[in-house]
Write a protein of this length. Structure first.
Length: 129
């Protein structure tokens, strides 16, 4: 069994940019999905900086309603992708009550790659028979 080493940028300090990587967090669910589609395994995508639970909860959130709703959609999508095994969700504390939320792209298992390669061949074999 081959184990791949997960490489993440150095620890984030409060003096660094808000996402720690120079790339701003995603602003919409569509942008999150676009970045995920272009990402390679072990790449980290910043999807929020702040306190996710508080920023999503309308009585406590200081975000405007449209940003709060967009954040909810991004967080829901990230959770679904994690449940499907596509990403790991992690958070890093960068200051008091301030976190960077990351979705780290998981390598796809070989059987999934094999299934993608074999599926197109099966219809051709049936047609040839």
């Amino acid at each position: 069994m081959r184990v791949e080493r997960l490489t993440i940028k150095p620890l984030i300090s409060p003096q660094m940019s808000s996402s720690g990587s120079g790339v701003p967090p995603v602003l919409s669910e569509t942008e999150f999905c676009d970045r995920l589609a272009d990402a390679v395994p072990n790449e980290a995508i910043t999807y929020h900086v702040g306190m996710l639970a508080r920023d999503r909860y309308w009585p406590l959130s200081k975000l405007p309603e449209d940003q709060r709703v967009a954040l909810g959609a991004i967080a829901n999508r990230a959770l679904k992708l994690a449940e499907a095994g596509r990403v790991h969700l992690v958070q890093r504390r960068i200051a008091e009550e301030r976190f960077v939320y990351l979705a780290i792209v998981r390598p796809q298992p070989r059987r999934a790659l094999r299934a993608m390669l074999v599926k197109p061949v099966r219809p051709m074999l049936a047609e040839a028979a």
